[in-house]
Design a protein around this ligand. Structure first.
Ligand SMILES: *[C@@H]1O[C@H](CO)[C@@H](O)[C@H](O)[C@H]1NC(C)=O
Ligand SMILES: *[C@@H]1O[C@H](CO)[C@@H](O)[C@H](O)[C@H]1NC(C)=O
Ligand SMILES: *[C@@H]1O[C@H](CO)[C@@H](O)[C@H](O)[C@H]1NC(C)=O
Ligand SMILES: *[C@@H]1O[C@H](CO)[C@@H](O)[C@H](O)[C@H]1NC(C)=O
Length: 507
């Protein structure tokens, strides 16, 4: 079994796919297939003593950097620091204690650079005045006032304030932490400081738009990343935690089942605690979805590189925790058909006007494609959506948040953004980060817009109209995407039962 296969297995086992106690169980049992590869020193990549060859990521830079950096090794290092476990390493290294405990039972506050991530013990938050503030809170910077957050610890206020420069709701915890105060020490200190004491670890989250898969998965992605930033302890993947959403709206989203990857407990929001002073024994303020140079919204990523291990691990984590079945090897006699899924939009804009013609073109191709057309609406069961995506080799869709599904494609898959409507980087970059092959329409003379488009705020706009596509050109691009899939080692392994069986025997 090769090193890389071991890496992915162990990383998966020891850390996330199964919780640590599962790994221990595995070690004791004779039937656990992964027994021999536990304790092999494999690591994620951000640990102090994690050598490159034992780390999780398969990132590479097969193409030119277009002048970002001056060498191949710098290119890969830049990618690692922008978008892979190196990004988390920087977060971890920049952790600073801003409020220091001085006795047993004291509080602690530590944060990373620009207060993008914070963690505290025995923190106090005063929600008493929310009762008299009936307004709705979302993306608000004034939930807390001076002294409504604090702890019994030695506060370095100047140092805290010097990091509080990203004053924007979804960019950092500065809007909240700037109000942090040292609480007075009384003789019998424990008594009555709080109305409620929360013992379970709690993640407090400021989240982006929950109706939009691209934006909402930015929340989940950063929460996942924050599990790593908080620290590699046996508890790091525990689901017995609270999640408190820093707004007053009751949460609803069609993607909401994804929370169950992180917690087994009901979600909380600001109204859960209004009127109360709450002491949190362990609290984490995770990385945020719109951080400057954060991930993955609008992130500039060095050219030429692909396959972030962090994105891979996130994808595996969600699929595993939501129990989405992985593809199994097919019958050895039959030449497998490439499975194409076309995401059809049921919106006002960016419809494919000649969708049927395109699907018929695929069906009549000599490559015997297996074609499925799906419409994912706001009430399509999300686990069903993920199952469809896992069962896809080539995903086709117009520019739009639905393409965020590419995060959950198999490693060998390709995505064909039929037309990017002039927004070139969004999904091309996301595909590159996830390590799936990307294609889009290239010949503008071979597509036709219904009209010049109508931006809701006025003026023509390429995203606000419908399109029809030349079917020959369409098939040509699908064939190219298919070549990638058919040539991918993981795809070939899956469909060559002989190799995959002997691989399994080795385990
Ligand atoms: C790295 O590549 C190997 C070999 O293709 C694969 O088995 C493994 O899953 C990949 N790991 C990641 C993190 O992408
Ligand atoms: C975060 O890390 C700290 C220190 O390692 C740990 O005590 C705490 O339980 C962790 N918090 C969560 C929510 O896992
Ligand atoms: C796009 O197509 C849909 C469905 O046919 C239609 O309702 C909508 O008005 C069209 N949009 C434009 C800009 O023509
Ligand atoms: C594999 O890739 C080569 C080009 O690199 C291509 O000619 C060939 O058709 C591909 N194989 C399959 C099975 O598609």
């Amino acid at each position: 079994m090769n090193q890389i296969a071991i890496v992915s297995l162990v990383a998966v086992i020891l850390s996330q796919k199964v919780a640590v106690n599962e790994a221990e169980k595995c070690q004791r049992s004779n039937s656990c297939a992964f027994r021999n590869i536990l304790n092999t020193g494999l690591c994620w990549g951000y640990e102090k003593d994690c050598p490159k060859h034992l780390s999780y990521s398969n990132a590479s830079c097969p193409e030119d950097h277009k002048g970002w950096v001056s060498s191949k090794s710098q290119q890969l290092q830049t990618f690692d620091e922008q978008a892979d476990f190196g990004f988390l390493k920087h977060q971890i290294q920049s952790k600073t204690v801003f409020c220091k405990p001085e006795a047993d039972g004291d509080s602690l506050l530590e944060c990373t650079q620009y207060l993008q991530f914070c963690r505290g013990s025995n923190l106090y938050i005063d929600f008493r005045d929310l009762v008299s503030r009936p307004e709705a809170f979302r993306y608000k910077m004034d939930v807390l006032k001076q002294g409504q957050i604090g702890g019994k610890c030695k506060l370095n206020k100047p140092s805290l304030i010097s990091e509080a420069t990203h004053l924007s709701p979804l960019q950092s915890w500065a809007p909240e932490m700037q109000h942090f105060e040292e609480l007075p020490r009384q003789v019998n200190s424990q008594s009555n400081m709080c109305d409620i004491y929360i013992d379970k670890p709690t993640y407090i989250m400021k989240i982006d738009a929950t109706v939009n898969m691209y934006h909402h998965f930015c929340d989940f992605f950063n929460l996942y990343a924050s599990l790593h930033v908080n620290g590699t302890t046996t508890q790091m993947f525990s689901r017995d935690v609270n999640i408190l959403i820093w707004e007053t709206y009751s949460y609803y989203s069609n993607f909401g089942i994804t929370w169950s990857a992180f917690t087994q407990n009901p979600l909380m929001n600001l109204r859960t605690f209004q009127g109360k002073r709450v002491c949190f024994r362990e609290v984490v303020f995770p990385l945020l979805p719109r951080m400057i140079f954060g991930l993955y919204y609008n992130t500039p990523v060095v050219w030429g590189c692909q396959e972030s291990g962090l994105f891979h691990a996130f994808s595996e984590f969600v699929l595993h925790r939501l129990k989405i079945p992985k593809r199994l090897p097919t019958d050895r006699q039959e030449k497998p058909r490439i499975k194409i899924t076309l995401l059809s939009r049921n919106t006002q804009y960016r419809r494919i006007q000649n969708e049927k013609e395109l699907i018929d073109k695929l069906k009549s191709s000599s490559r015997r494609y297996s074609v499925r057309r799906v419409e994912f609406s706001h009430d399509t069961d999300f686990r069903h959506q993920l199952k469809v995506i896992q069962d896809t080799d080539v995903l086709i869709g117009m520019h739009g948040a639905g393409l965020t599904h590419l995060l959950f494609l198999p490693d060998w898959a390709a995505v064909f953004e039929l037309y990017n409507c002039g927004d070139e980087h969004c999904y091309a970059d996301l595909a590159r980060l996830r390590g799936v092959h990307y294609r889009t329409w290239t010949d503008a003379t071979k597509l036709k817009a219904q009209d010049e488009g109508h931006h809701p705020e006025g003026g023509p706009h390429a995203k606000f109209t419908n399109y029809s596509f030349d079917s020959e050109e369409f098939l040509r691009i699908v064939d190219l995407a298919t070549n990638h899939v058919a040539n991918h080692s993981a795809y070939r392994m899956l469909h060559n039962t002989q190799t995959s069986e002997s691989e399994r025997d080795e385990l």
